[in-house]
Design a binder for this molecule. Sequence first.
Ligand SMILES: O=C(O)CCC(=O)C(=O)O
Length: 240
Amino acid sequence: MAYQVQPIIPARSGLHFHHFHHFHLISANMQIPFSLENSASPMETLSLEGGDIFYYPGFLDAGEADESYTKLATSTPWQQDTISFGGKPVLIPRLQAWYGDKNSRYGYSGLALNPLPWTPLLSALRSRVEDAVALPFNSALVNYYRNGQDSVAWHSDDEKELGSDPVIASLSLGATRRFDLRHRQNKGQKFSCELAGGSLLVMGSGIQHNWQHQVPKQPIIEKGRINLTFRWVKPDTPQL
Ligand SMILES: O=C(O)CCC(=O)C(=O)O
């Protein structure tokens, strides 16, 4: 598996990011620590087969990340929605809320989501993320993993309203959780990292087409985690 380091800093970002060395590539018989120890770049870029991932540790400082986590945990109208899995209704193993511009409807696995209006906190976080990534986002899926028993199963974010090649920016708050990717054709080809509170992970062009991702259960973890995936959905896509 080839990988390379690309110091890419979006021109509009104006933000300073610290080094943080948490990338690991894992396949059936190898584990390669991914480190930018000698790179001049303040963020980490991982080129996978068919797509790039960018990791911004310390995107929010610890105080800001903690405050945002507490505010979201206590004030979001969380729902444990039901999806269709193998034709059967199943409760998702986490809580969620869908925010966005008025016309940014979204759905997956038989579930239709109408956007809640942006709150001041979510609007501010969205602007920060848009500046860093230099792309607009009109919606965010906010997931609450109450503890290590909560999870999200293997999937790609490839619903039609996301367009053919979405770039998705994923902001993590609260407990550090493992994030896995596996190649869609060659499922033995895997990549894992730890997503720390305050970090931003960007799944770039090609990733949703070529890779699936999951947040596995980690029963030992007692603390909660909130993840916001900022997305661009095609406005006014008809509901399911
Ligand atoms: O919690 C995460 O880091 C990932 C969330 C996710 O997979 C999604 O919203 O599609």
